[in-house]
Ligand binder design. Sequence first.
Ligand SMILES: CC(C)(COP(=O)(O)OP(=O)(O)OC[C@H]1O[C@@H](n2cnc3c(N)ncnc32)[C@H](O)[C@@H]1OP(=O)(O)O)[C@@H](O)C(=O)NCCC(=O)NCCS
Length: 253
Amino acid sequence: MKFDKQTIAAALQAGITMNVQTTVDNSAIVLLEAPVKIVAARLSFKGSIGAYTYVRFDCRIAGRTERIGRYCSIAPGVSIADGEHPTDWLATHPFQWGADGWISAEDRRAHKFPALPVIPRTKIGNDVWIGANAIVLADVEIGDGAIVAAGSVVTKNVAPYTIVAGVPAKVIRQRFPSEIIARLQSLKWWRYTPESMLGVRFERIEKAVAELEKRKKAKTLVPIPEKLFKLSPAGFVAVDDEWDRHKHFVRYK
Ligand SMILES: CC(C)(COP(=O)(O)OP(=O)(O)OC[C@H]1O[C@@H](n2cnc3c(N)ncnc32)[C@H](O)[C@@H]1OP(=O)(O)O)[C@@H](O)C(=O)NCCC(=O)NCCS
């Protein structure tokens, strides 16, 4: 389902950038933390996307996704957590679990079908960059600060601040020395607004970490205000604390 121009304009006002090619499947409910940009991507999961994350065109974020963190860059053509078919049943075809479109409503009522549970378990951390046309398989966890090279197929968990590449994706290197990675993991800079990090020498990692540690101690880093919206085929609405009780969503603290 696509959104009309009024809905897109209202979403933009709230900090959610979408366009007429942004699609949300019937079963999808996505918790978005403003600001986010989801342009010409297809969302078919029940889960969440954190603030400052952008998802570019031709991406598919599918039903086994649980959450995508803050400050992530999802390049064009990425596919995350699509469904898995059984490899040890008679067939791999969905008629066996009574999927829509293959079995008549009458037969679906008359027969019992084995269930194929779709459990959203794929988690993408914060500050994750997923390169163009990469495929992230279901049930994988990608740690904070990790990078997935263009065209990779990620079949296993990726540790924080690790760069992986290839099919299947293998580690090529760590982004930083382990001492810096440890400090970044305790700093958790993604809890804060970009404005409160301005002036930091982002291109000089040691200086950047030291400066952010100083600002954190001085409490001058401003936490991202949690402005949450629910996007579904019904449109988008602001959500309140009730959301915390929903099993699919995790707040970005
Ligand atoms: C992974 C990436 C960030 C480069 O990281 P890097 O650490 O600088 O890697 P290097 O270029 O030094 O390459 C290291 C090794 O990884 C390999 N490698 C790099 N990118 C690869 C890829 N996409 N797939 C497979 N192998 C790759 C290199 O061939 C090299 O192999 P070698 O050691 O056998 O020679 C970059 O290659 C990449 O994929 N960028 C994504 C670009 C993109 O999708 N942009 C979309 C815009 S959002």
